[in-house]
Design a protein around this ligand. Structure first.
Ligand code: ADP
Length: 580
């Protein structure tokens, strides 16, 4: 080797040996190594450079106006993809804003990771009053599936790996990852740093059900005279669509989808018992729960909703401790939904009898009767328009675009839209979920639009919209194909309440009358529509979808339309007491 060549090689080797990296780069490298390509967040001390670097390194950074909505976007992205959605926030207040979304994700079994910068341990632990001081790790613990802190740059790879695995394995949920400011600027030898990264292998391993549990379930199913399948959002999350459809169709058992499981099979499927919901819940003798919990949304599996007919439950779930949480479960089948449903399907052999004509006939009769009644209500054209006539217009447009994501929140707006808007494809409906939370609207819309690249129609009550309305700017900034429809009836529930004292303040449920929400989006360059009839609403929605531009339709409805708390009057102490 020539002398000059030799010295160049030595220089390179020396340079490599002394090359360093830092915590900022390692966090990004660890996420990228695990195929995470998007961060939802809001910059500030100490994570602004982390966001800049993420973008410089080819990741998408979607910046929000409030951390809660960034967190909701991350959570819904996790639900859609089975990869943890990432939300990045600043310390204390930013972290706390994100925490609501983390808690909501955990409650709904959505995988997400909230990554927050934090103040230095030495100061926090001695409570010496740092800028945005807070013991974030302990604050996060009760609301997260898991919470971790990384103190040394060489542990970033392990920290991120643990966070990913905790978020998606078993029952998915929210994970908190605490990154103190000092960690991000720590330097580390580049080679060692590279070696410290972890590519997570099989993050959410399949969990096969025990054969005897499947046998027990099949026996219970075979003994049923009036069986019913209940599909929850766990079933939608599992992405076992063909297996689930196969099980439903092969067994011939009528099914009910919970709200976010709508579309797992098209709502128009002949085995759907949605239009006879009350009847089937009361009359069924064996109920197969697939990725659905017997929580308040199912009246805890007891009481009037479930009628006098004694029931036996088969429950398919990945979490063994979910079983018997509200009522006794005759046949638990524990494992991942794909494997469990495949095993149940295999058990549907020649000796299995599909449900009899009596049961199916009774359901069909109720269904037809209720559908006819609903059609009559939907066909009315009152002026001003009401929830039903407005939703009819939206339903008819969405029928032609089954690929569109639908976000839905509110009280009456949620209740009515859930039953009127049919879904045709899995994981296209995102709503207030297990908590019945308000404020997911724009966060979920942005998360769904960014993750799927498909249009979103957000059907929002005017009150619900208010929680995240400022994110219209985010939607416009990223030019997302989101059309928000605000059901404007001048108030929470409705706009007609009065202050009984005759004082100057309006009633607690009342908003500014005749508000022009459409003008809000115009301020950011989006397209606003003001509509007062179903025809105008149809036209606006068609145009908005066709253009793919950020848009908002102010749908003015009768301010007297809407009932207190939607269909949850029984949970409202005042109206429940008044009813007694
Ligand atoms: P819904 O509100 O639609 O009834 P829930 O959120 O109450 O649905 O229930 C979802 C259930 O699905 C949870 O109990 C969760 O443990 C379970 N689950 C989530 N993912 C899977 C999976 N891949 N396999 C099996 N069960 C799952």
């Amino acid at each position: 080797m020539a002398e000059a060549d030799q010295s160049t090689t030595e220089d390179t080797l020396k340079q490599q040996a002394t090359e360093t990296t830092d915590g900022f780069h390692l966090v990004i490298d660890a996420l990228k190594l695990n195929d995470i390509d998007t961060i939802f967040g809001l910059v500030g001390i100490p994570i602004t450079d982390l966001a800049r670097l993420a973008q410089a390194e080819g990741m998408r950074f979607i910046g929000f106006r409030h951390e809660q909505h960034a967190g909701n976007a991350a959570a819904i992205s996790g639900y859609i993809t089975q990869k943890p959605g990432i939300c990045l926030t600043v310390s204390a207040p930013g972290f706390l804003n994100g925490l609501t979304a983390l808690a909501n994700a955990t409650t709904n079994c959505f995988p997400m990771i909230l990554i927050s910068g934090s103040s230095e341990r030495e100061i926090v632990d001695l409570q010496q009053g740092d800028y945005e001081e807070m013991d974030q790790l302990n604050a996060a613990r009760p609301y997260a599936k898991a919470a971790y802190r990384v103190l040394h740059a060489e542990d970033i790879g392990i920290g991120v790996a643990r966070a990913i695995r905790a978020a998606v394995s078993g029952r998915p949920g929210g994970v908190y990852l605490d990154l103190p400011a000092k960690l991000l600027s720590q330097t580390l030898d580049a080679v060692k740093a590279q070696q410290s990264l972890v590519k997570v292998v099989d993050a959410a391993p399949r969990q096969l059900p025990a054969p005897d549990s499947v046998k027990r379930a099949i026996e219970v199913l075979k003994s049923a005279k009036r069986p019913l399948i209940l599909l929850g959002k766990g079933a939608a999350y599992a992405q076992a669509d063909a297996e689930i459809r196969g099980f439903v169709e092969q067994s011939g058992i009528p099914y009910l989808p919970m709200s976010m499981a709508k579309g797992l099979l098209p709502d128009t499927h002949e085995q759907s018992a949605s239009a006879a919901r009350s009847f089937v819940l009361q009359e069924a003798d064996v109920v197969v729960l697939i990725g659905a919990r017997l929580n308040w949304l199912l009246s805890h599996g007891k009481g009037k909703t479930w009628g006098a007919q004694p029931k036996r439950f088969i429950q398919v779930d990945i979490s063994p401790t979910e079983i018997d949480s509200n009522v006794a479960i005759a046949a638990p089948v524990i494992g991942d939904i794909g494997s469990c449903v495949a095993a149940l399907r295999a058990g549907i052999d020649a000796s299995f009898r599909q449900p009899g004509a009596e049961w199916l006939g009774a359901i069909a009769e109720r269904k037809n009767r209720n559908l006819a009644k609903m059609a009559e209500t939907l066909d009315k054209n009152p002026s001003p328009m009401n929830f039903h006539s407005a939703l009819r217009a939206i339903r008819d447009v969405l029928k032609t675009r089954p690929d569109i994501n639908v976000v839905n929140e509110g009280a009456n707006t949620l209740d009515y839209a859930r039953s009127i808007i049919d879904m045709y494809e899995p994981r296209k409906r995102f709503d207030s979920g297990t908590w019945g939370i308000m404020g997911i609207g724009m966060g979920f819309s942005i998360g769904a639009a960014v993750t799927t690249g498909k249009p979103v129609v957000a059907i929002e009550g005017d009150s619900a919209f208010g929680f995240s309305g400022m994110e219209l700017e985010t939607i416009c900034r990223y030019e997302l194909p989101v059309c928000t429809i605000v059901f404007n009836n001048n108030g929470v529930y409705r706009g007609t309440d009065v202050n009984p004292t005759g004082g100057k303040d309006v009633a607690p449920t009342v908003f500014v009358k005749g508000a022009r929400y459409d003008r809000m989006i115009e301020a950011f360059g989006g397209v606003g529509y003001h509509t007062t009839t179903p025809e105008e609403l149809t036209k606006a929605l068609l145009e908005a979808i066709a253009s793919g531009k950020p848009s908002l339709i102010n749908a003015v409805i009768d301010e007297a339309a809407g009932t207190e708390s939607g269909r949850l009057t029984n949970l409202n102490p005042q109206s429940a007491a008044m009813k007694k």
